[in-house]
Design a protein around this ligand. Structure first.
Ligand code: A2G
Length: 444
Protein backbone atom coordinates (compact mmCIF):
# COMPACT_ATOMS: atom_id res chain seq x y z
CA UNK A 1 0.00 0.00 0.00
CA UNK A 2 1.28 3.49 -0.81
CA UNK A 3 0.66 6.72 1.04
CA UNK A 4 -0.86 8.08 -2.15
CA UNK A 5 -3.34 5.34 -2.99
CA UNK A 6 -6.49 6.52 -4.75
CA UNK A 7 -9.44 7.65 -2.72
CA UNK A 8 -12.51 5.46 -2.62
CA UNK A 9 -14.83 8.42 -3.10
CA UNK A 10 -15.98 10.06 -6.34
CA UNK A 11 -14.69 13.49 -7.32
CA UNK A 12 -16.90 16.48 -6.60
CA UNK A 13 -16.62 19.78 -8.43
CA UNK A 14 -17.31 23.32 -7.25
CA UNK A 15 -18.91 26.21 -9.11
CA UNK A 16 -15.56 27.11 -10.66
CA UNK A 17 -15.23 23.66 -12.18
CA UNK A 18 -12.27 23.07 -9.86
CA UNK A 19 -12.24 19.84 -8.00
CA UNK A 20 -13.55 20.33 -4.51
CA UNK A 21 -12.78 18.03 -1.62
CA UNK A 22 -15.29 17.33 1.09
CA UNK A 23 -13.45 17.76 4.36
CA UNK A 24 -14.61 17.14 7.91
CA UNK A 25 -13.08 18.01 11.24
CA UNK A 26 -12.89 16.05 14.47
CA UNK A 27 -12.07 18.54 17.19
CA UNK A 28 -13.11 22.16 16.70
CA UNK A 29 -11.45 23.59 19.80
CA UNK A 30 -8.83 26.32 19.88
CA UNK A 31 -6.52 24.51 17.45
CA UNK A 32 -9.27 23.12 15.25
CA UNK A 33 -10.74 26.58 14.71
CA UNK A 34 -7.41 27.91 13.42
CA UNK A 35 -7.22 25.07 10.88
CA UNK A 36 -10.90 25.48 10.04
CA UNK A 37 -10.29 29.12 9.06
CA UNK A 38 -7.70 27.88 6.56
CA UNK A 39 -10.12 25.32 5.11
CA UNK A 40 -12.91 27.89 4.83
CA UNK A 41 -10.69 30.26 2.82
CA UNK A 42 -10.22 27.71 0.04
CA UNK A 43 -12.52 27.28 -2.96
CA UNK A 44 -11.30 23.71 -3.49
CA UNK A 45 -12.64 22.62 -0.11
CA UNK A 46 -16.18 22.12 1.10
CA UNK A 47 -16.26 21.86 4.88
CA UNK A 48 -18.93 19.18 4.88
CA UNK A 49 -19.04 18.16 8.52
CA UNK A 50 -17.80 19.17 11.96
CA UNK A 51 -17.56 17.07 15.09
CA UNK A 52 -16.90 18.14 18.67
CA UNK A 53 -18.32 16.95 21.96
CA UNK A 54 -18.25 20.48 23.44
CA UNK A 55 -21.31 22.56 22.48
CA UNK A 56 -19.37 25.81 22.89
CA UNK A 57 -16.57 24.77 20.55
CA UNK A 58 -18.90 23.26 17.96
CA UNK A 59 -20.95 26.47 18.05
CA UNK A 60 -17.86 28.61 17.49
CA UNK A 61 -16.86 26.49 14.49
CA UNK A 62 -20.34 26.75 12.96
CA UNK A 63 -20.21 30.51 13.41
CA UNK A 64 -16.89 30.62 11.53
CA UNK A 65 -18.42 28.74 8.60
CA UNK A 66 -21.41 31.05 8.57
CA UNK A 67 -19.22 34.15 8.73
CA UNK A 68 -17.23 32.83 5.76
CA UNK A 69 -20.50 32.61 3.82
CA UNK A 70 -20.19 28.85 3.42
CA UNK A 71 -23.02 26.28 3.54
CA UNK A 72 -23.76 24.99 7.03
CA UNK A 73 -21.69 21.85 7.64
CA UNK A 74 -23.42 18.81 9.12
CA UNK A 75 -22.61 18.46 12.79
CA UNK A 76 -21.78 15.49 14.98
CA UNK A 77 -21.04 15.20 18.67
CA UNK A 78 -22.63 17.93 20.75
CA UNK A 79 -26.36 18.31 20.25
CA UNK A 80 -27.72 21.72 21.13
CA UNK A 81 -26.39 22.44 24.59
CA UNK A 82 -25.78 18.78 25.37
CA UNK A 83 -22.29 17.34 25.46
CA UNK A 84 -21.71 14.72 22.79
CA UNK A 85 -20.69 11.10 23.02
CA UNK A 86 -16.92 10.63 22.64
CA UNK A 87 -17.40 8.19 19.76
CA UNK A 88 -19.81 10.38 17.78
CA UNK A 89 -17.03 10.95 15.25
CA UNK A 90 -17.51 7.42 13.97
CA UNK A 91 -20.96 8.27 12.61
CA UNK A 92 -19.42 11.18 10.72
CA UNK A 93 -16.71 8.95 9.21
CA UNK A 94 -19.23 6.28 8.20
CA UNK A 95 -21.75 8.68 6.63
CA UNK A 96 -19.97 8.68 3.23
CA UNK A 97 -19.82 12.47 3.46
CA UNK A 98 -16.09 12.96 3.37
CA UNK A 99 -12.97 12.70 1.23
CA UNK A 100 -10.77 13.71 4.14
CA UNK A 101 -10.79 14.58 7.81
CA UNK A 102 -8.66 16.83 9.99
CA UNK A 103 -8.05 15.48 13.49
CA UNK A 104 -7.39 18.19 16.11
CA UNK A 105 -8.31 16.48 19.36
CA UNK A 106 -6.37 15.63 22.56
CA UNK A 107 -3.29 13.48 21.83
CA UNK A 108 -4.75 10.28 23.25
CA UNK A 109 -7.47 10.36 20.58
CA UNK A 110 -5.22 10.84 17.53
CA UNK A 111 -4.35 7.19 16.93
CA UNK A 112 -7.82 5.66 17.45
CA UNK A 113 -9.47 8.37 15.33
CA UNK A 114 -6.88 8.10 12.54
CA UNK A 115 -7.26 4.33 12.49
CA UNK A 116 -11.07 4.55 12.30
CA UNK A 117 -10.85 7.15 9.52
CA UNK A 118 -8.38 5.14 7.43
CA UNK A 119 -10.56 2.06 7.80
CA UNK A 120 -13.55 4.12 6.61
CA UNK A 121 -11.39 5.21 3.61
CA UNK A 122 -11.41 8.84 4.71
CA UNK A 123 -7.99 10.48 4.18
CA UNK A 124 -6.39 11.74 7.39
CA UNK A 125 -4.68 15.03 8.19
CA UNK A 126 -3.64 14.47 11.79
CA UNK A 127 -2.43 17.13 14.19
CA UNK A 128 0.79 16.27 16.01
CA UNK A 129 1.40 13.67 17.59
CA UNK A 130 0.57 10.41 15.75
CA UNK A 131 -0.03 8.37 18.91
CA UNK A 132 0.89 7.87 22.54
CA UNK A 133 2.31 4.37 23.13
CA UNK A 134 4.81 2.63 20.86
CA UNK A 135 2.19 0.00 20.03
CA UNK A 136 -0.21 2.72 18.86
CA UNK A 137 2.42 3.98 16.42
CA UNK A 138 2.75 0.50 14.91
CA UNK A 139 -1.05 0.23 14.73
CA UNK A 140 -1.42 3.55 12.89
CA UNK A 141 1.35 2.55 10.48
CA UNK A 142 -0.03 -0.92 9.81
CA UNK A 143 -3.54 0.40 9.24
CA UNK A 144 -2.21 2.90 6.69
CA UNK A 145 -0.22 0.22 4.89
CA UNK A 146 -3.17 -2.17 4.86
CA UNK A 147 -5.85 0.30 3.74
CA UNK A 148 -3.72 2.59 1.53
CA UNK A 149 -5.77 5.55 2.81
CA UNK A 150 -3.69 8.75 2.58
CA UNK A 151 -2.32 10.01 5.92
CA UNK A 152 -0.42 13.21 6.61
CA UNK A 153 0.96 14.52 9.89
CA UNK A 154 0.15 18.25 10.03
CA UNK A 155 3.56 19.38 11.29
CA UNK A 156 3.42 23.08 10.51
CA UNK A 157 6.99 24.02 11.52
CA UNK A 158 8.32 22.15 8.47
CA UNK A 159 6.81 25.09 6.55
CA UNK A 160 8.23 27.91 8.69
CA UNK A 161 9.80 30.51 6.41
CA UNK A 162 13.32 30.31 7.86
CA UNK A 163 13.08 26.51 8.21
CA UNK A 164 12.27 26.17 4.50
CA UNK A 165 14.99 28.64 3.49
CA UNK A 166 17.47 26.56 5.49
CA UNK A 167 16.21 23.46 3.64
CA UNK A 168 17.21 25.21 0.39
CA UNK A 169 20.61 26.04 1.92
CA UNK A 170 21.14 22.45 3.04
CA UNK A 171 20.22 21.12 -0.41
CA UNK A 172 22.50 23.64 -2.13
CA UNK A 173 25.41 22.43 0.01
CA UNK A 174 25.92 25.77 1.79
CA UNK A 175 26.68 24.05 5.11
CA UNK A 176 28.83 21.34 3.51
CA UNK A 177 28.11 17.87 4.85
CA UNK A 178 25.70 17.95 7.81
CA UNK A 179 27.15 16.76 11.10
CA UNK A 180 24.94 17.91 13.99
CA UNK A 181 21.44 19.34 14.40
CA UNK A 182 19.38 20.66 17.27
CA UNK A 183 15.78 21.55 17.78
CA UNK A 184 13.09 21.18 20.36
CA UNK A 185 10.07 22.66 22.01
CA UNK A 186 11.11 25.46 24.33
CA UNK A 187 7.86 27.20 25.15
CA UNK A 188 6.68 28.30 28.58
CA UNK A 189 3.32 26.48 28.67
CA UNK A 190 2.44 27.27 32.28
CA UNK A 191 -0.37 29.63 31.28
CA UNK A 192 -1.59 27.03 28.77
CA UNK A 193 -1.61 24.15 31.24
CA UNK A 194 -3.54 26.03 33.92
CA UNK A 195 -6.63 28.25 33.87
CA UNK A 196 -9.80 28.78 35.91
CA UNK A 197 -12.06 26.71 33.67
CA UNK A 198 -13.79 29.75 32.16
CA UNK A 199 -14.16 29.22 28.39
CA UNK A 200 -13.62 32.96 27.86
CA UNK A 201 -10.23 32.87 29.62
CA UNK A 202 -8.27 29.83 28.44
CA UNK A 203 -4.78 31.20 29.19
CA UNK A 204 -3.36 31.78 32.65
CA UNK A 205 -6.59 32.69 34.43
CA UNK A 206 -6.02 30.28 37.31
CA UNK A 207 -4.34 27.09 38.47
CA UNK A 208 -7.00 24.48 37.65
CA UNK A 209 -6.48 21.59 35.27
CA UNK A 210 -8.21 18.33 34.37
CA UNK A 211 -12.00 18.37 34.69
CA UNK A 212 -11.89 21.83 36.34
CA UNK A 213 -9.79 23.31 33.54
CA UNK A 214 -10.75 24.33 30.02
CA UNK A 215 -9.19 23.72 26.58
CA UNK A 216 -5.61 22.41 26.84
CA UNK A 217 -5.64 22.64 30.65
CA UNK A 218 -8.40 20.04 30.55
CA UNK A 219 -6.28 17.31 28.92
CA UNK A 220 -2.70 18.34 28.15
CA UNK A 221 -1.64 18.94 31.74
CA UNK A 222 -2.51 15.36 32.71
CA UNK A 223 0.33 14.19 30.43
CA UNK A 224 2.73 16.18 32.66
CA UNK A 225 1.28 14.42 35.71
CA UNK A 226 1.56 10.93 34.27
CA UNK A 227 4.58 11.02 31.94
CA UNK A 228 8.25 11.99 31.94
CA UNK A 229 9.75 12.29 28.48
CA UNK A 230 10.16 14.33 25.30
CA UNK A 231 6.40 14.93 25.17
CA UNK A 232 6.29 17.10 22.03
CA UNK A 233 9.01 16.13 19.57
CA UNK A 234 7.62 16.98 16.15
CA UNK A 235 8.16 20.76 15.94
CA UNK A 236 11.87 20.19 16.51
CA UNK A 237 12.48 16.85 14.87
CA UNK A 238 10.33 17.46 11.77
CA UNK A 239 12.63 20.05 10.17
CA UNK A 240 15.78 18.21 11.35
CA UNK A 241 14.48 14.96 9.82
CA UNK A 242 13.78 16.71 6.51
CA UNK A 243 17.31 18.23 6.51
CA UNK A 244 18.88 14.79 7.08
CA UNK A 245 16.52 12.75 4.83
CA UNK A 246 15.32 10.43 7.59
CA UNK A 247 13.52 7.36 6.18
CA UNK A 248 14.79 8.41 2.76
CA UNK A 249 18.45 7.44 2.62
CA UNK A 250 19.07 7.88 6.34
CA UNK A 251 17.46 6.69 9.56
CA UNK A 252 17.51 7.10 13.31
CA UNK A 253 19.62 4.36 14.90
CA UNK A 254 19.83 5.01 18.67
CA UNK A 255 18.16 7.31 21.20
CA UNK A 256 18.56 8.33 24.81
CA UNK A 257 16.90 10.89 27.02
CA UNK A 258 17.86 12.63 30.25
CA UNK A 259 15.36 14.53 32.39
CA UNK A 260 15.88 17.07 35.16
CA UNK A 261 13.83 17.27 38.33
CA UNK A 262 10.26 18.57 38.07
CA UNK A 263 9.86 21.94 39.78
CA UNK A 264 8.31 24.51 37.44
CA UNK A 265 4.65 23.46 37.36
CA UNK A 266 4.37 23.05 41.13
CA UNK A 267 6.18 26.34 41.63
CA UNK A 268 3.69 28.05 39.29
CA UNK A 269 0.68 26.64 41.14
CA UNK A 270 2.05 27.88 44.46
CA UNK A 271 2.97 31.31 43.10
CA UNK A 272 -0.37 31.83 41.34
CA UNK A 273 -2.79 29.94 43.56
CA UNK A 274 -1.11 29.88 46.96
CA UNK A 275 0.39 26.99 48.93
CA UNK A 276 -3.09 26.10 50.22
CA UNK A 277 -4.61 25.48 46.80
CA UNK A 278 -5.42 21.76 46.41
CA UNK A 279 -3.34 21.61 43.22
CA UNK A 280 -0.27 22.52 45.27
CA UNK A 281 -0.47 18.83 46.28
CA UNK A 282 -0.40 17.64 42.65
CA UNK A 283 2.71 15.66 41.70
CA UNK A 284 4.09 16.29 38.21
CA UNK A 285 6.31 13.61 36.67
CA UNK A 286 7.51 15.63 33.67
CA UNK A 287 11.07 16.88 34.18
CA UNK A 288 11.40 20.62 33.55
CA UNK A 289 14.12 20.23 30.91
CA UNK A 290 14.19 16.97 28.97
CA UNK A 291 17.15 16.38 26.66
CA UNK A 292 17.12 13.72 23.95
CA UNK A 293 19.99 12.65 21.71
CA UNK A 294 19.42 10.65 18.54
CA UNK A 295 22.09 9.18 16.30
CA UNK A 296 21.61 8.69 12.56
CA UNK A 297 22.81 6.00 10.18
CA UNK A 298 24.81 8.56 8.18
CA UNK A 299 26.74 9.76 11.23
CA UNK A 300 24.82 12.87 12.35
CA UNK A 301 23.53 13.46 15.87
CA UNK A 302 20.30 15.33 16.63
CA UNK A 303 19.68 16.91 20.03
CA UNK A 304 16.15 17.79 21.15
CA UNK A 305 15.16 19.84 24.17
CA UNK A 306 11.69 19.90 25.71
CA UNK A 307 11.44 22.87 28.07
CA UNK A 308 7.87 23.95 28.85
CA UNK A 309 7.57 24.41 32.62
CA UNK A 310 9.97 27.27 33.45
CA UNK A 311 9.85 30.99 32.65
CA UNK A 312 11.54 31.58 29.30
CA UNK A 313 10.90 33.24 25.92
CA UNK A 314 9.76 30.97 23.07
CA UNK A 315 12.38 29.31 20.88
CA UNK A 316 12.47 26.04 19.00
CA UNK A 317 16.25 26.19 19.38
CA UNK A 318 17.25 25.11 15.88
CA UNK A 319 20.89 24.55 14.96
CA UNK A 320 22.03 23.05 11.67
CA UNK A 321 25.75 22.46 11.49
CA UNK A 322 28.00 21.03 8.80
CA UNK A 323 31.57 21.00 7.56
CA UNK A 324 31.23 24.58 6.16
CA UNK A 325 29.35 26.31 8.95
CA UNK A 326 26.09 26.57 10.85
CA UNK A 327 22.74 28.30 11.35
CA UNK A 328 21.03 28.94 14.68
CA UNK A 329 17.59 30.47 15.03
CA UNK A 330 17.83 31.77 18.59
CA UNK A 331 20.37 34.48 17.66
CA UNK A 332 19.16 34.83 14.04
CA UNK A 333 22.72 33.95 13.15
CA UNK A 334 24.66 32.15 10.49
CA UNK A 335 28.34 31.49 10.01
CA UNK A 336 29.73 30.19 6.70
CA UNK A 337 33.46 29.61 6.36
CA UNK A 338 35.06 31.74 3.69
CA UNK A 339 32.12 34.17 3.73
CA UNK A 340 31.78 35.16 7.40
CA UNK A 341 34.66 36.70 9.33
CA UNK A 342 36.39 33.95 11.35
CA UNK A 343 34.58 33.22 14.63
CA UNK A 344 31.80 35.73 13.89
CA UNK A 345 28.10 35.50 13.29
CA UNK A 346 26.36 37.11 10.33
CA UNK A 347 22.73 38.15 10.46
CA UNK A 348 20.46 35.55 8.87
CA UNK A 349 18.26 38.03 6.96
CA UNK A 350 20.45 38.28 3.87
CA UNK A 351 20.41 34.50 3.55
CA UNK A 352 16.66 34.37 4.19
CA UNK A 353 16.09 36.72 1.26
CA UNK A 354 18.49 34.89 -1.05
CA UNK A 355 17.29 31.36 -0.24
CA UNK A 356 13.59 32.07 0.35
CA UNK A 357 11.73 28.90 -0.63
CA UNK A 358 9.69 28.93 -3.88
CA UNK A 359 6.57 28.10 -1.83
CA UNK A 360 6.94 31.27 0.21
CA UNK A 361 7.78 33.34 -2.87
CA UNK A 362 4.59 32.12 -4.50
CA UNK A 363 2.15 31.93 -1.58
CA UNK A 364 3.67 34.27 1.01
CA UNK A 365 0.97 36.91 0.48
CA UNK A 366 -1.84 34.39 0.86
CA UNK A 367 -0.20 32.87 3.92
CA UNK A 368 0.04 36.26 5.65
CA UNK A 369 -2.49 36.34 8.46
CA UNK A 370 -2.73 32.55 8.75
CA UNK A 371 -1.89 30.97 12.10
CA UNK A 372 1.69 30.79 13.38
CA UNK A 373 3.09 33.40 11.00
CA UNK A 374 1.69 31.68 7.90
CA UNK A 375 2.83 28.11 8.58
CA UNK A 376 -0.74 26.94 9.07
CA UNK A 377 -1.66 28.07 5.55
CA UNK A 378 1.04 25.86 4.06
CA UNK A 379 0.34 22.74 6.08
CA UNK A 380 -3.35 22.74 5.09
CA UNK A 381 -2.44 23.68 1.51
CA UNK A 382 -0.09 20.69 1.30
CA UNK A 383 -2.66 18.23 2.62
CA UNK A 384 -5.39 19.41 0.23
CA UNK A 385 -3.14 19.69 -2.86
CA UNK A 386 -1.51 16.28 -2.33
CA UNK A 387 -4.94 14.75 -1.85
CA UNK A 388 -6.31 16.30 -5.04
CA UNK A 389 -3.22 15.17 -6.94
CA UNK A 390 -3.61 11.60 -5.58
CA UNK A 391 0.08 12.02 -4.78
CA UNK A 392 2.11 10.79 -1.82
CA UNK A 393 1.72 12.91 1.27
CA UNK A 394 4.69 15.29 1.78
CA UNK A 395 4.82 14.40 5.50
CA UNK A 396 3.83 10.76 5.35
CA UNK A 397 2.99 7.91 7.66
CA UNK A 398 6.64 6.91 8.13
CA UNK A 399 7.58 10.50 9.05
CA UNK A 400 4.62 10.64 11.42
CA UNK A 401 5.35 7.51 13.41
CA UNK A 402 9.15 7.94 13.38
CA UNK A 403 9.00 11.48 14.76
CA UNK A 404 6.23 10.84 17.21
CA UNK A 405 7.57 7.53 18.57
CA UNK A 406 10.39 9.59 20.08
CA UNK A 407 8.02 10.24 22.99
CA UNK A 408 7.42 6.65 24.17
CA UNK A 409 11.08 5.80 23.47
CA UNK A 410 12.22 8.77 25.57
CA UNK A 411 9.92 7.69 28.41
CA UNK A 412 11.41 4.21 28.28
CA UNK A 413 14.98 5.57 28.22
CA UNK A 414 14.33 7.71 31.31
CA UNK A 415 12.63 4.84 33.15
CA UNK A 416 15.66 2.65 32.48
CA UNK A 417 18.10 5.16 33.96
CA UNK A 418 18.60 7.29 30.81
CA UNK A 419 19.56 4.21 28.86
CA UNK A 420 20.42 4.32 25.15
CA UNK A 421 17.90 2.31 23.09
CA UNK A 422 17.71 1.03 19.53
CA UNK A 423 15.41 3.13 17.36
CA UNK A 424 12.85 0.92 15.59
CA UNK A 425 12.96 0.96 11.78
CA UNK A 426 9.33 1.56 10.84
CA UNK A 427 10.19 1.34 7.12
CA UNK A 428 11.34 -2.26 7.45
CA UNK A 429 14.57 -1.60 5.54
CA UNK A 430 13.03 0.55 2.81
CA UNK A 431 14.71 3.69 4.21
CA UNK A 432 17.84 2.88 2.20
CA UNK A 433 16.07 3.10 -1.16
CA UNK A 434 13.35 5.70 -0.59
CA UNK A 435 14.02 9.17 -2.12
CA UNK A 436 13.26 12.57 -0.52
CA UNK A 437 10.07 14.24 -1.79
CA UNK A 438 9.41 17.10 0.64
CA UNK A 439 9.11 20.65 -0.75
CA UNK A 440 11.08 20.35 -3.99
CA UNK A 441 8.97 22.87 -5.91
CA UNK A 442 6.37 25.61 -5.50
CA UNK A 443 3.32 23.34 -5.59
CA UNK A 444 2.94 22.24 -1.95
O1 A2G B 1 1.85 26.40 21.39
C1 A2G B 1 2.40 26.66 20.10
O2 A2G B 1 1.50 27.41 19.36
C2 A2G B 1 2.72 25.35 19.43
N1 A2G B 1 3.16 25.56 18.05
C3 A2G B 1 1.51 24.42 19.42
O3 A2G B 1 1.92 23.18 18.93
C4 A2G B 1 0.90 24.27 20.80
O4 A2G B 1 1.73 23.50 21.64
C5 A2G B 1 0.66 25.64 21.41
C6 A2G B 1 0.19 25.58 22.86
O5 A2G B 1 -1.06 26.11 22.99
C7 A2G B 1 4.40 25.92 17.76
O6 A2G B 1 5.23 26.12 18.61
C8 A2G B 1 4.73 26.03 16.31
Amino acid sequence: GGAGAALAVPKAFGATGRERLRIGMIGTGMRGQVLLRELLRRDDVEVAALCDIEPIMLGKALALAEKAGKPRPRTFGANGNDKGDQHAYRAMLDAKLLDGVIIATPWEWHAPMAIDAMQARVAVGCEVVAGVSLQEHWDVLNTQLKTGTPYMLLENVCYRRDVLAVLQMVRSGLFGELVHLQGGYQHDLRAVKFNNGDPAKPYGSGVEFGSKGWSEARWRTEHSVQRNGELYPSHGIGPCAMYTNINRGNRFTRINTFATKARGLHDYVVKQGGADHPNAQAKFKLGDVVTTTISCENGETILLQHDTSLPRPYSLGFRVQGTNGLWMDVNHGIHIEGVSKPHQWDDFQGYQDKFDHPLWRKYGDQAAGAGHGGMDYFVIHAFIEALKARAPMPIDIYDAVTWSAITPLSEQSIKQGFQTLDFPDFTNGQWAKRKPIFAFDDKY
